[in-house]
Design a protein around this ligand. Structure first.
Ligand code: RB5
Length: 150
């Protein structure tokens, strides 16, 4: 498969013990595609609390320090719930390529969430590739996402 050209795009990533293996695998792809990746942990399979890592990544995206983030826990559910508490963060749990495409095209998602216990590496790679290769369509979708903060 062809490489994406992420050309120095700043992406921060995080995971809990349920997502660390998949996070590490996807990190190698992001780096290979030219992204500037900051890994905010966790870095072992020792049990940790996913909200702590969601807070690091979502906080950094909300602050404007990174264009995008990626968060992986066992299901992706807890990470997305926590990340969406940060204003300006649009975290999307994506379980298929279609979800990833729509999350970007219609919702302008800026944090990709996945579940390390519910997705294989191949499927997760497709989701990652499509998420970072899809532009926001704007137009009526911009009007709709503006309502998130009204
Ligand atoms: C940890 O056991 C698990 O609850 C976590 O990884 C995640 O799935 C939470 O949503």
């Amino acid at each position: 498969m062809s490489k994406l050209a992420l050309d120095g795009k700043k992406i921060c990533i995080g995971a809990d013990h349920g997502g660390v293996q998949l996070k590490d695998y996807l990190k190698t792809l992001l780096v290979e595609w030219g992204a500037q990746v900051e890994d905010m942990g966790t870095n072992s399979e020792e049990s940790v609390d996913y909200p702590d890592f969601a807070a690091k990544v979502a906080g950094a995206v909300a602050a404007g320090d990174f264009e995008s983030g990626m968060l992986i826990c066992g299901t992706g559910l807890g990470m997305s719930m926590m990340a969406n508490r940060y204003k300006g963060v649009r975290a999307a749990l994506c379980t298929s390529g279609y979800m990833a495409r729509m999350a970007r095209a219609h919702n302008d998602a800026n944090v990709l969430c996945m579940g390390g216990r519910v997705m294989g590496q191949g499927e997760a790679e497709d989701v990652l590739r499509i998420f970072f290769d899809t532009e926001f369509e704007g137009g009526r979708h911009a009007r709709r996402i503006a309502k998130f903060d009204q």
